[in-house]
Design a protein around this ligand. Structure first.
Ligand code: AMP
Ligand code: DBH
Length: 531
């Protein structure tokens, strides 16, 4: 295991090996096995381009050579910011094969997030697409490069401008180093509840196990066709079972560049998509579009909804409108994934967020003092298991808070267990806004707001929203009376924060309500929001 990452205790690790959870395969090995098994079968469809398993395997080898020739070595970090395009897979599998570590960021991230991450992991390289959704990533890379001089390479899928083109990295395969399955394979970003995003180290062993477990629960096989409508760098469309689970099962991945019904519905009809995963607000848009249009969605067997709490009334419309099974997914990039099962009763599917996917998952629901609550009562969800991390990357301070002494991860979610053993997400203890599946750390936004000289204090809280479930509202105590909402939004934009984190509403206030302990009471603040 690499420096800076907490390991599973060796006894526990051995147990996961003995029970067959961890099989000792790396992602590089897996792709080789798939190429042998599925050969010319289509692995990925990207617009008009159909890529077979064999082709993906070959391209990964060629790119691995390119990376090695650039000087990128085992353990080096490579920040990946790619939309849903085939190079995402080629680049990642090439890096897996040389033991370099992708760090996944979202296409919506901007200079604030990317600069911080590049600095934090001491990234050697940054991979972008030329443009996507009207945004030129080369401009962003220029800004990042000025701020992070240690960043050696910027690689561009498409026209490289001043950087290196990905096309130049397909080279004659070279011999590859040995990569260990127990090592970290890549980093995911946590949704965050602290000032700065935390990095989640995932190993080959643990992540591959999570794919296997997901594929079993979701019943994927080589006839499955998964539509990637959400950004695939996110843990949910990446692995639950997502694009990697689909490849694991020998199925076909269909990439969409966006998630609107205009793009997705024709793809479902043409590619005979059997399963896709959405966040709740998108599910609502799709429901309305499907009811209004005469699209052929007959191939769809499973519609997954997760990332944020799905309203049961909306959930009950999925089956009648799409004529397929709804599967609720409650997961986290740190590990634990819960699913409703395909043959669960309607009541379970509509009203719960499912149960852990693996028999080796251990969960506890506890009160504020870490004592287990009575069955059916609401408490903090703790999780431990063969694919749940034991610590964030190089962050001992947060690790003390986020993990118990027994190695359970404190999810920050408040849940209750039903008599059927399923979980219902009832709220959240972490200081985070879940904006329709996009997570916003309140503290991160507050810190940006506090950088304005006219801001005396700032507090960001969730506010109810019919469509998104939650939006962000910032309360500001001014130092300078002339300060306006527009000025603050501009500040956040100029500081390079991703657009989804910019508060939807800003309220000015004279003082913050306090708790008995003298801390800002976010609960009371929420009551002061003007709708
Ligand atoms: P992230 O930190 O970005 O990986 O987000 C994981 C968090 O998203 C979980 O800890 C929950 O707070 C939230 N989440 C994910 N799925 C669901 C769901 N189905 N219902 C409610 N909350 C969810
Ligand atoms: O929200 C998430 O992070 C999430 C949701 C569903 C996730 O990581 C997952 C499934 O694996």
């Amino acid at each position: 295991m690499l420096f800076g990452c907490s390991e599973w205790p060796s006894k526990v690790a051995n147990y996961y090996r003995e029970t067959g959870c961890w099989k000792g395969d790396t992602f590089g090995d897996l792709l080789r096995q798939w190429a042998v098994k599925y050969g010319e079968k289509t692995a990925i469809v990207d617009g008009e381009y159909y890529m077979s398993y064999r082709e993906l395997d070959t391209k990964a080898d060629q790119l691995a050579a390119g990376w090695r020739n650039l000087g990128v070595k085992q353990g080096d970090k490579v920040v990946i910011q790619l939309p849903n395009i085939t190079p995402f897979f080629e680049v990642c599998f090439a890096l897996f094969r040389i033991g370099a570590l992708p760090v996944f960021t979202l296409p919506s991230h901007r200079s604030s997030e990317i600069t911080y991450i590049c600095e934090y992991v001491e990234a050697d390289a940054y991979v972008i697409a030329e443009t996507h959704a009207g945004f030129d990533y080369r401009k962003l890379a220029e800004q990042v490069k000025t701020k992070v001089p240690s960043l050696k390479h910027v690689i561009v899928a498409g026209n490289p401008g001043p950087f290196i083109g990905l096309a130049d990295l397909y080279q004659t395969p070279v011999s590859l180093p040995e990569v260990k399955a127990y090592d970290v394979a890549f980093f995911q970003l946590s949704g965050g509840s602290t000032g700065l995003p935390k990095l989640i180290p995932r190993t080959h062993d643990d992540y591959i196990y999570s794919l296997k477990a997901s594929v079993e629960v979701c019943r994927l096989n080589k006839d499955s066709v998964y539509l990637a409508a959400l950004p695939i760098a996110h843990n949910y469309p990446l692995s639950s079972p997502g694009v990697l689970g689909t490849l694991y099962a020998g199925g076909k991945v269909v990439l969409a560049t966006g998630s609107s019904p205009d793009e997705a519905f024709p793809l479902i009809a043409k590619q005979r998509v059997t399963i896709t995963g959405l966040v709740p607000p998108l599910a609502l848009v799709w429901l309305e579009a499907a009811a209004a249009r005469n699209a052929d969605l007959s191939s769809l067997q499973v519609l997954q909804v997760g990332g944020a709490k799905f309203n049961p009334e909306v959930a009950s419309r999925v089956k009648p409108v799409f004529d397929c099974v709804l599967q609720q997914v409650f997961g986290m990039a740190e590990g634990l994934v819960n699913y409703t099962r395909l043959d669960d009763t309607e009541d379970v599917i509509i009203h719960t967020q499912g149960r852990p996917m693996s028999e080796y998952d251990e969960i506890c629901i506890v009160d504020d003092s870490d004592n287990e609550v009575q069955m059916g009562e609401i408490g903090h969800l703790l999780a431990r298991g063969p694919y749940t991390i034991r610590g964030y990357y190089k962050d001992e301070v947060q690790n003390e808070k986020a993990f118990t002494s027994e190695g359970f991860y404190r999810t920050g979610d408040m849940v209750r267990m039903t008599s059927s053993g399923n979980l219902i997400v009832e709220g959240r203890a972490k200081d985070q806004i879940n904006r329709g599946g996009e997570k916003i750390s309140a503290e991160e936004v507050e810190n940006h707001l506090l950088a304005h000289p006219s801001v005396h204090d700032a507090s960001v809280v969730p506010m109810f929203d019919e469509f998104l479930g939650e939006k962000a509202c910032a309360f500001i105590i001014k130092r300078e009376m002339s300060l306006t909402t527009e000025e603050l939004k501009l500040l956040l934009h100029e500081r390079g924060m991703a657009a989804y984190k910019i508060p939807d509403q800003i309220e000015f206030i004279d003082s913050f309500p306090k708790t008995r302990l003298g801390k800002v009471s976010k609960k009371e603040l929420q009551k002061l929001i003007k709708f």
